[in-house]
Each structure stands twice: as structure tokens, then as C-alpha cells.
Design a protein around this ligand. Structure first.
Ligand code: ADP
Ligand code: MG
Length: 240
């Protein structure tokens, strides 16, 4: 589904990704963790071409991400993204936020887009808030809307970049619960998070990245049960 081969990226002369190779199969939940500044956000942004890369290759469902003729709107519709800071459109209602991509990118009719939006808002427990504006919602509610908005495009996979780290503690579980149910239904997911309880329950594979390098990439049981690289160990010692 998603395949990164020897991807390297520089910001000017600073190398932020070093020879990263990673495969995500259909239905897999890959959790990516690592210190602040290690390149986690950059790595997942390269997957839906929000960030260019200079070396290596990335394929998403058969599409070559770096190729000049890649249809970027089509790619981004197939690979949803959920950010730490929600990124809802503040001047649009919740319903409009979940409809806009379907209308503009997928050219869906207004009635089809609305039906899909209402179905997904119901699914994330936000149906009663469809008429409100983002500022009227809590962070946890906004993030659930952001997930509904990503789902509205019928994506092949969703990328999450620290989806709960901007939330007050009591709102973390409402977002993780939605993500867990998506995972159970077979959605392919790459999730940058430090929520190790979630990772242990839901992830199929764990990736640890440090200074732009993939240090660990192994099945979840092995990550939490086996012997780990000392750099992984030192990091987990700080967050667990
Ligand atoms: P993480 O998500 O793991 O905290 P990032 O991928 O955001 O890490 O950043 C990795 C490194 O790249 C950091 O050192 C950061 O300062 C740097 N960086 C991120 N974005 C840019 C940018 N647009 N220009 C220059 N350096 C950047
Ligand atoms: Mg980040």
C-alpha cells in the first residue's frame, strides 16, 4: 500500500531523513515514535507529497509520489491526513468542513457530499454539532471532525501526526477510541504518536526514528517484549 525506499531529504544542507525504508501493507497500523525533531512529521508528510524529498522513492497504491506527472490532488484524496492542530476551516460549519473536499476534489454532488458527511459525523459522534463552527467545539470534538473529513474522501490510508498531543488529557481517549475503531475495520494507518498504550493495543508494527534514521521497525509484540536498540530503550525510558 505504502512503500518508502531509501528516502533521504534535506532542508538546505541539513539532512532530516536518512535512507528511510518502510513498507506499510494494506490494513496495517504502523505507529511511529521518536524524539522531538527526529523527522517524524517530515517522514509522513513526504508520503502524501506535502514535503518533497531528494533521494529514494515512495509509492502509494501504485502511484509514484516523486514523479513530476503524479496527480497530487488524487494522491492526497487517497491518503488522508490528520494533524496535531486539527486544521479545520474556521469560517465553515462542521458540515461544510466535511463536505468541501468531496465537492472540490471529488466533484461530488451537494446531496451526495452531505449524505456522506452526515453519515461520518454520526460515526465519530458529532452528528448533533453539524451546524456549529470549529471554535464552538472542544479540541477532542474538532479532532473527531478532522477524522470524519479525512474519511469523507474514501481514503486508502490515513496519516496521523500526533493527533492527540494538543488535547487536554480528558479528551485524548475520545479521539483514540475513534482511531481504534477505524483500525479494527481495516483502515491502513500511519500514526505518529507517543500514546504507547494505544500503540500496544492497536499497532501491528512499531517504528522508532532518531535523527532522521529508522532505528527500529518491528512487530508490536517484539517492540514491547523483546530486546530493543539502546537508542530506542533510552527514548522509551523517558516517555513510559
Ligand atoms: P518531529 O516531527 O519528529 O518533531 P520534524 O519532522 O518536524 O520532527 O522536524 C525534523 C527536523 O527538521 C527538525 O530539526 C526541524 O527543526 C527541521 N525542520 C522541520 N521543518 C523544517 C523546515 N520547513 N525548514 C527547515 N528545517 C525544518
Ligand atoms: Mg512532528
Amino acid at each position: 500500500m505504502i512503500e518508502l525506499n531509501n528516502v533521504s531529504k534535506w532542508y538546505n544542507d541539513y539532512q532530516v531523513l536518512k535512507d528511510c525504508t518502510l513498507t506499510v501493507e494494506r490494513g496495517e497500523i504502523v505507529v511511529i515514535c521518536g524524539p522531538s525533531g527526529s523527522g517524524k512529521s517530515t517522514l509522513i508528510k513526504t508520503v502524501n507529497a506535502l514535503e518533497p524529498f531528494q533521494e529514494g522513492s515512495i509509492r502509494v497504491h501504485g502511484m509514484e509520489v516523486g514523479a513530476p506527472d503524479t496527480d497530487l490532488p488524487a494522491l492526497r484524496a487517497r491518503v488522508g491526513m490528520v494533524f496535531q492542530s486539527f486544521e479545520l476551516f474556521p469560517h465553515m460549519t462542521i458540515l461544510q468542513n466535511v463536505m468541501i473536499g468531496q465537492r472540490v476534489v471529488l466533484s461530488r454532488s451537494s446531496s451526495d457530499a452531505e449524505a456522506q458527511a452526515r453519515r461520518l459525523l454520526d460515526r465519530v459522534g458529532m452528528a448533533d454539532h453539524a451546524h456549529k463552527y470549529p471554535a464552538q467545539l472542544s479540541g477532542g470534538q474538532q479532532q473527531r471532525v478532522a477524522i470524519a473529513r479525512a474519511l469523507a474522501m474514501d481514503p486508502m490510508a490515513i496519516l496521523f501526526d500526533e493527533p492527540t498531543s494538543a488535547l487536554d488529557p480528558e479528551m485524548v481517549s475520545e479521539v483514540l477510541d475513534v482511531m481504534t475503531s477505524l483500525a479494527k475495520e481495516g483502515m491502513t494507518m500511519m500514526v505518529v504518536t507517543h500514546e504507547m498504550g494505544f500503540a500496544r493495543r492497536v499497532a501491528t508494527r512499531m517504528v522508532f526514528i532518531d535523527r532522521g534514521e529508522i532505528i527500529e521497525n518491528c512487530p508490536t509484540e517484539e517492540f514491547f517484549g523483546g530486546t530493543r536498540n539502546p537508542r530506542t530503550e533510552a527514548f522509551l525510558g523517558k516517555i513510559l
